[in-house]
Design a protein around this ligand. Structure first.
Ligand code: ZN
Length: 136
């Protein structure tokens, strides 16, 4: 065994042990924080990115900087954390990516790209399912 081999082996072993430790703790943390779908009964209205719906906030981007012309939902962030996954019957599963002045407590606002589509949605009382964003 050369001097170089003797010195590199312990370092290699420690490296492998650290990798194992990293994966072991990572898996444990992920299992304990595994998000589940939570039912929530809400009043769901709709909006679009236009000035009639958003007033001074009609800049085409949501509160967290996403494209307001793509599907998403505005929420009260104290009830549904921003970036949660939200399953809305008749609409789809989207990200909670926006907020609104009138969107308080169990009221959500689903987003359409056209004002007409938002009007057609109207106002519904629905049971939605919310899953917190996974922490990984
Ligand atoms: Zn509109």
């Amino acid at each position: 065994m050369t001097k170089q081999e003797y010195e590199s082996k312990p370092a290699g072993l420690i490296f492998v042990m650290l990798i194992c430790l990293f994966f072991a703790t990572g898996v444990t943390a992920r299992e304990s924080a595994m998000p589940t779908w939570q039912p929530l009964t809400v009043v769901a209205t709709a909006y679009c990115p236009c000035e009639r719906c958003c007033g001074a906030y009609a800049d085409g981007v949501t509160a967290i900087g996403r494209d307001a012309f793509t599907p998403g939902v505005a929420v009260d962030r104290s009830v549904i954390p921003l970036k949660s996954h939200v399953n809305i019957p008749g609409y789809g599963t989207v990200m909670a990516d926006d907020v609104g002045g009138a969107i308080r407590e169990r009221r959500i606002d689903v987003r359409f790209s056209s004002h007409q589509a938002a009007l057609e949605w109207g106002r519904k009382t629905l049971t939605i399912y919310v899953k917190a964003r996974s922490t990984d």
